[in-house]
Design a binder for this molecule. Structure first.
Ligand SMILES: NC(=O)C1=CN([C@@H]2O[C@H](COP(=O)(O)OP(=O)(O)OC[C@H]3O[C@@H](n4cnc5c(N)ncnc54)[C@H](O)[C@@H]3O)[C@@H](O)[C@H]2O)C=CC1
Ligand SMILES: O=P(O)(O)OC[C@H]1O[C@](O)(CO)[C@@H](O)[C@@H]1O
Length: 393
């Protein structure tokens, strides 16, 4: 009997450094849809990849292949797939949906068995963003969603900092965290992953709590460390967190985000207790020197990270709703607003908008905060204070 097969859109850090290793360990075959020829060749040369988890020896991950989105073999590969996934980045999900649509159509034509799509993405609405692309390309899939086609999110707690093509193949560098929660309520039961065939993917009914937990408890401080680090001229998260002032500020942000999450659980009377995570464990993960996590990776796409339901504004709004002043989160949001790395298109465009419109107007569109909103005022005050300090240098 042939191994079950998962087709993944994306061959980036999480696809190679977390999802493919999980599948391989469960006896699955992974096919990565990869646009980068050098990466494809490196994977196919050995039929797998190298995973370097901090603190452990390099591990070979077999039963992994890569295929171009244009490859004529892709349709046949999809027809026999048992599971689909994406790990392309929230901004690329609609395009990935347009690419996956004919493949899912073919799979549902070829087999009456249901199929699930898991979005391994840092976004509360990743399945919806993917579905927009799916239905744009293949409207007839609408009747299958929730019946023979499940589309659900995944909250990935691992940090995968690098992917590099080396002499002996392709190498992914990650920390050792394995936690990953998938949305059991949105996926079709009885087929992967809800048939238990992939240990390490924990199905939960209250998935939104889990993705909020991950974005607020982990990503808020992570992003803050990156933005504050960039402003201080740091290149890695380890370097940023080694600055006492930054570590102290990030520690405050993590504490504020934790209070926001606790307030969220209380306000919404959430039934499922979520394990508390020691702040030290969170801060030490940001600081891991072995990851050499680039600041620009964690800071990427500031417009997305300043959205109302993302890692900085989300917990800040929850703080305000609970009567807590989110001064630390406001400082982090201001640092994100003025993040201007020339390599980041979203950052470059945001600076142009700020020059034209000013922070209050930009926040009203990017974060849907009214200019007179107290949170907007806190962010603008911190923004102007930073601008004045930097002008005085
Ligand atoms: N890197 C990490 O530590 C973690 C990342 N995440 C999330 O996982 C997702 C992926 O992130 P990373 O792996 O870090 O990003 P990445 O940038 O390393 O990989 C994304 C890959 O998808 C490819 N891609 C984009 N659109 C595509 C398409 N239409 N077809 C095929 N390939 C396409 C890109 O070329 C890129 O290689 C994001 O949503 C991210 O927020 C979540 C937890 C941890
Ligand atoms: O992928 P994003 O959402 O741009 O966030 C930056 C990265 O930092 C992390 O929090 C940990 O690496 C990931 O979840 C994420 O890839």
């Amino acid at each position: 009997m042939s191994a079950p097969r998962c087709l993944i859109a994306g061959a980036g850090r999480v696809a190679g450094g977390f999802v493919a290793p999980l599948l391989s360990a469960a006896g699955w075959e992974t096919l990565l849809i990869c646009r980068n020829r050098e990466v494809r060749d490196a994977i196919n040369a050995g039929g797998g990849l190298w995973l370097r988890v901090t603190g452990a020896p390099d591990r070979w991950v077999g039963r992994v292949r890569a295929i171009s989105p244009e490859d004529p073999e892709l349709l046949a590969a999809a027809a026999g797939a048992d599971l689909f996934a994406t790990s392309v980045g929230p901004s690329s999900l609609a395009a990935a949906g347009r690419m996956l649509a004919p493949l899912l159509g073919e799979r549902l034509e070829e087999s009456s068995a249901p199929a699930n799509v898991i979005t391994f993405e840092n976004h509360r609405r990743a399945p919806e963003l993917l579905t927009l692309g799916l239905l744009e390309a293949h409207p007839q899939l609408a009747g299958e969603i929730g019946v023979r086609l499940g589309i659900g999110g995944a909250a990935v707690w691992r940090a995968v900092s690098r992917r590099a093509v080396a002499e002996d193949g392709i190498r992914f560098e990650a920390d050792a965290v394995e936690e990953c929660y998938v949305d059991a309520a949105s996926l079709v039961p009885g087929v992967p992953p809800l048939d238990g065939s992939i240990p390490g993917l924990s199905p939960v009914r209250a998935f939104d709590d889990r993705i909020i937990e991950k974005l607020w408890i982990f990503n808020a401080g992570h992003a803050a460390a990156a933005y504050l680090g960039w402003h201080a001229g740091c290149r890695t998260l380890h370097e940023a967190m080694s600055r006492p002032g930054i570590r102290a500020a990030v520690s405050e942000i993590v504490a504020e985000a934790r209070r926001a999450f606790e307030a969220y659980l209380e306000i919404y009377c959430r039934p499922v207790p979520v394990p508390s995570r020691p702040p030290g464990w969170i801060l030490d993960r940001y600081t891991d020197p072995a990851l050499a996590d680039p600041v620009v990776r964690v800071a990427r796409e500031p417009r997305r990270k300043l959205a109302a339901d993302d890692r900085l504004i989300g917990p800040a709004i929850a703080c305000r709703a609970a009567g807590i002043e989110p001064s630390a989160l406001a400082t982090a949001a201001a640092a994100a607003l003025s993040y201007a790395d020339p390599s980041d298109p979203q950052a470059v465009n945001l600076q142009r908008e700020l020059e034209l419109l000013g922070p209050a107007e930009v926040l009203s569109t990017v974060s849907t905060l009214a200019p007179q909103d107290e949170l907007a005022r806190l962010i603008c005050r911190s923004y102007h204070e930073r601008a004045a300090e930097e002008a005085a240098l």
